[in-house]
Design a binder for this molecule. Sequence first.
Ligand SMILES: *[C@@H]1O[C@H](CO)[C@@H](O)[C@H](O)[C@H]1NC(C)=O
Length: 442
Amino acid sequence: MAKSSTSSRNRPSPLTNNDGCLYMGGAVFAFLLVWCLWSYAGPADSGGGNSFMPRVFSDIGCTRPAPNLRFDPPDSTFYDDPELRYSIEKKVTGWDEKRKEWLKRHPTFAAGAKDRVVMVTGSQPNPCRNPIGDHLLLRAFKNKVDYCRIHGYDVFYNNVLLHPRMKSYWAKLPVVKAAMLAHPEAEWIWWVDSDALITDMEYKLPLDRYNYKGHNLVVHGWSKMIYEEKSWTSLNAGVFLIRNCQWSMDFIDVWANMGPISPDYKKWGVIQRSVFKDKLFPESDDQSALIYLLFKDRKLTDKIYLEGEYYFEGYWVEIVPTYANITEKYTAMEREDGTLRRRHAEKVSEQYAAFREPHLKDAGNGRWSWRRPFITHFTGCQPCSGDHNQIYAGESCWSGMVKALNFADNQVLRKYGFMHPDLLDSNTVTETPFDYPDEGPW
Ligand SMILES: *[C@@H]1O[C@H](CO)[C@@H](O)[C@H](O)[C@H]1NC(C)=O
């Protein structure tokens, strides 16, 4: 595709013979440009399917307008408003219009904005107390970088408190808000806790599902547990997808105001414990706060999608023991289908994910499924401090993380020609033979 567009640009065009034709050429070019932009703004199928758009482009010989990183016109935007503040304590208003205006002035970013995701994650500013904490955090971040590179997402790692009182689990809200302002080109900000690992490098966020009814916040959760069991673990706030819009600005405001910046912080802790009987610690936390908001106003589920159809994030204790069987299933499917065995550039990985999809028809999703779990979340492990929940032996936390990291890394390293034969042995890789894993002596 890139080749054909370069050659057509270099070829002398018959349309440039005289002024009239030059104009025509301009019109044709403008049409093609509009067509390209339109195609990109149009509906895109997520879930790995990408057969429609590339064909359109190669047929008419135009490429996606690359985001122009050196173009910022002098027209004033929300950035020039001295009243606009990034702080979690200041409201942002009129954000939808402001973002839209910015996109209008940056047309190469407007194309494709609807599908653009920025992953945001981070950890504390200081070294970890757990001796292997920083090592695990580094590998956990590498895991996210790998995923983002494969799917063309940007990623931002923050390791400073943006608000001194918004500590530990509250620290993410100021970061997410700041990321929304820093990334008007992105429709979604995807917060992923540092201890949440992507264990299906092929899976794509099904954004269409969330666009369908205009949901603005997606979390892994179960409505029965919120409204009937009233449990503080009825959803997990460690991974969420939030739309870059005014609704989200307002919601973050309400949510953050149950945290340490609120004069009623203490009171919120008491209220949360009185509603969620299984919550054992006294301080108001971001997860209980979110559940409380949903519990108080059920209509919020019009905007907040409780994802339960796949492992948007999942509990490591139930997931880690399934890696071995899942690996076997995937290996069997590759033995069966030569297309899946074909070596390819990492850049076109999404195409091979789409090729695999028919084989996963009966795999199911989430619990009991043999599809690779999308995100394995090491909740309760606290890899950095090492203060893991006493119900787990520390060793099972760390060895579980190593397994998850190598399980994910194998999916990446495959494109580089190598694999870890043993998920617990991070040091050893073997070169994958041509046509691996067709029947052979390995
Ligand atoms: C893995 O597969 C075997 C054989 O089908 C089964 O007995 C076992 O329970 C499975 N293990 C897990 C953790 O699912």
